[in-house]
Design a protein around this ligand. Structure first.
Ligand code: NAD
Length: 287
């Protein structure tokens, strides 16, 4: 029986009315289920409560998963520890994905504790602020390599490190954006990194499929997060989406969390190598 946030039995989001007809579809973002019961998820990329990784962590938890969070550097440790306590997450571990030794230490800690992973979320990206403001043509070699290392290669490194812990298969998920395949003003070097990330999703899905590990990306619509604030004129992107997307509104991070639950659960068992758009439909529009 689904449970509400208060632990009481919740009305199903697709209940039937008194005559046995499907009731109007209602959805409560506090809806809980046991879709991820018994599963353990490692979530990389929580920086604060605006992070998409935080929305995913909350959704996974609501649907029964055990959560392990990581943080990038001491600066973020306290915030992530506080969020983890609020969520009832099991463990908080350090992991800067550009440092192989931190990835190795993370895996060693999980192995030591006898942790089996069922889901991994990679919600990480970084580029120099100046590369998100000046023409793409001006991108330096160092800025290009940095964006690729943190935002694309790190998925490969994380997948390679985590796969041996996913002994019963599972789901690896990353976050991408439309700027991978369309020109979005000021997204620049990050768009090229996202293109590489999406290609990496497909190659990893092919390599890991025989181990029943699925690899997918959610292409989220723009959301005001710390990373997004680094993109010049980001508020214009938000305005454009709310005016032109089929749903005429911006993406709610909880919608990303819910799609992530689908992909991590057995409902998504046949889906791999996919880019799932959770963007109010914006990507289908021509003009
Ligand atoms: P965020 O700033 O909350 O999250 C970015 C995370 O990346 C932070 O937790 C940061 O600590 C982490 N990170 C950066 N460098 C790292 C490193 N070397 N090692 C470990 N962690 C590192 O912003 P967000 O918007 O939640 O971004 C999460 C993901 O979602 C990113 O991949 C981003 O590109 C993607 N995304 C965001 C949007 C949006 O509009 N916000 C839209 C689509 C996709």
């Amino acid at each position: 029986m689904p449970r509400s946030a208060a632990g009481k039995p919740a009305e199903s989001p697709c209940a039937f009315d008194s005559r046995g007809r499907p009731a109007r579809l209602r959805y409560n973002s506090q809806f809980m289920s046991e879709l991820l019961e018994g599963k353990t998820a490692l979530i990389l990329g929580v920086a604060n409560r605006w992070s998409l990784a935080w929305a995913i962590a909350q959704a996974y938890r609501r649907h029964g998963a055990r959560i392990i969070l990581t943080y990038q550097g001491e600066r973020l440790r306290l915030t992530v520890e506080e969020l983890a306590a609020e969520l009832g997450a099991d463990t908080v571990l350090a992991c800067d994905v550009t440092r192989d030794e931190e990835l190795d230490a993370l895996v060693a800690r999980l192995k030591e504790a006898g942790t089996r992973l069922d889901a991994v979320v990679h919600s990480i990206a970084f580029a120099n602020r100046e590369d998100l403001a000046r023409p793409f043509l001006e991108t330096s070699r160092a800025g290009y390599l940095l964006a690729q290392d943190v935002s694309a290669y790190s998925l490969v490194a994380v997948a390679r490190a985590a796969a041996p812990l996913m002994s019963e298969g599972g789901s690896i998920l990353t976050l991408t954006y439309l700027g991978s395949s369309r020109v979005v003003p000021n997204y620049n070097v990050m768009g090229v990194a996202k293109a590489a990330l999406e290609a990496a999703v497909r190659y990893l899905a092919s390599d890991l499929g025989p181990s029943n590990i699925r690899v997918n990306a959610i292409s989220a619509g723009p959301v005001k997060t710390a990373s997004a604030r680094g993109i010049k004129d980001f508020s214009k992107v938000l305005d454009g989406v709310s005016q032109h997307a089929p749903l005429r509104r911006n993406t709610d991070p909880a919608e990303v969390g819910d799609a992530a639950v689908f992909l991590a659960s057995s409902l998504g068992r046949g889906v791999t190598g996919n880019i799932l758009f959770v963007d109010s439909g914006f990507q289908i529009m021509g003009l």
